[in-house]
Design a binder for this molecule. Structure first.
Ligand SMILES: *Cc1c(COP(=O)(O)O)cnc(C)c1O
Length: 406
């Protein structure tokens, strides 16, 4: 997508808005399937928590993707978008037995990540095909907020509990069809990923009726210049070979599953906001935009560095800015960032705004959530309208008497 298109869309639909480039999502999907084209049975389940607009779900469905969901509400959205139940995986953490049973009754593949629920579910429903989530305790990436395979992580059944896990499966005679891991969000080193995969292969040998192995995700995409990115092609080469060898050893052609979120949608997304005020203080120059962590929280939550460009005046002299929001909290998007000279009214474009951006937006400060636009075949389609005042009142119930009368 070009800056002039983004500017035009901002003029047409108003700021702040999210814009997603369909072509980029498609090319990332194709890149992944191509990297693993040697695997006979490959399945890509899009981790929809990254970006859950129904139009995006439909786009990926058309490409042949399945879905990875983490809540019953995501399952409902997936069904609404037209996914067949058997194309949906449900990989929750810390949810109730009742929710798992409800999702299972919809025909969706469930994935259980603790021994307590496994034993209860297996006792009640021994014939249901179940996937189990293993925690291989492999540290991927450095940020503990987004690394979920390490020893203190709440995710998955520890690989050290395998003996107990096997005993539960034998006692309940439950039907284990898949093994899953998801080690975290930043695979910087393919060897680390392959090491975790070996742990999964080892665990898999304990189960005789497997149909698939699910390696989760954690594919890293570049956020800033010179960022390391997961070498998908290299991973594809190495893991495909190892996977095929494992299938031979196991005696059955298994399905290899990935569930990428960020890899598919991060770089396809642009967040566009208008500069309300340029404020010179004694120590810095603030560019205050018509947004805040209510719309894009990753910089404040994870310290993520989203590239920011002044697309209204891209050729101006570069200056240092602190880009901040309008929320009554410290909501700093960037500190001491070199940006082409900013004037009030300019549109700033944030890159990598496809994954975990809109989907984490809130109404804090009673602000409206932004609109979303899908750029498809050279045209912008509004796929979510800006919120209105009525949306803030939705579900609020006035007291039958005024509080003054109580
Ligand atoms: C969030 C999540 C993913 C997707 O992770 P990305 O880093 O966005 O690719 C995959 N699997 C599970 C179980 C998740 O919770």
């Amino acid at each position: 997508m070009q800056s002039k298109d983004l500017l035009q869309l901002t003029e047409k639909f108003g700021s702040p808005i999210y814009v997603y480039d369909a072509e980029k999502i498609q090319s990332q999907y194709n890149r992944l399937t191509k990297a693993f084209s040697k695997v006979d049975k490959l399945r890509i389940n899009y981790a929809m928590k990254a970006l859950s607009n129904v139009a995006i779900l439909e786009l990926l469905k058309e490409m042949g993707a399945g879905l990875d969901t983490v809540s019953i509400q995501e399952v409902l959205l997936g069904l609404h978008a037209g996914y067949a139940p058997e194309k949906i995986f449900y990989t929750p953490n810390g949810v109730s037995l009742e929710e798992i049973e409800e999702v299972n009754a919809m025909g969706v593949q469930i994935n259980i990540d603790n021994l307590s629920i496994l034993e209860q579910f297996g006792t009640k429903h021994p014939n249901v095909p179940v996937c189990i989530r293993i925690n291989p305790h492999v540290m991927a990436g450095g940020n503990t907020n987004i690394s979920v395979g390490h020893i203190d992580s709440k995710f998955g059944i520890s690989i050290h509990q395998l003996p107990h896990l096997v005993r539960i499966v034998e006692n309940t005679k439950m039907n284990i069809v898949g093994i899953h891991m998801h080690t975290g969000s930043d695979i910087l080193d393919i060897e680390v990923f392959l090491y975790a995969a070996e742990i999964l292969f080892d665990a898999a040998k304990n189960f005789k009726d497997l149909e698939f192995l699910d390696f989760g995700s954690g594919f890293k995409v570049p956020y800033k210049k010179d960022d390391i990115e997961t070498d998908i092609e290299e991973l594809g080469k190495k893991l495909s070979k190892r996977f095929k060898a494992f299938c031979l050893e196991y005696g059955k052609e298994l399905t290899l599953i990935f569930e990428p979120g960020k890899f598919l949608v991060s770089e396809a997304g642009f967040f566009l906001a208008k500069v309300n005020v340029v404020k010179q203080t004694t120590s810095t120059v603030f560019a205050g935009i018509d947004s805040g962590f209510n719309h894009l929280i990753r910089p404040m939550l994870y310290g993520s560095q989203h590239h920011i460009e002044n697309i209204s005046h891209p050729k101006g002299k570069e200056r240092f800015y602190s880009v901040v929001g309008y929320i009554c909290e410290t909501d700093t998007f960037a500190n001491n960032r070199r940006i082409s000279e900013i004037k009030e009214g300019d549109i700033l474009c944030f890159r990598n705004a496809g994954a975990y951006c809109f989907s984490m937006a809130s109404n804090y400060n009673s602000r409206y959530k932004p609109a979303e636009v899908l750029w498809l075949n050279g045209e912008g389609h509004l796929i979510r309208a800006h919120e209105r005042f009525e949306d803030l009142l939705l579900n609020q119930i006035p007291l039958p008497v005024t509080t003054a009368a109580i």
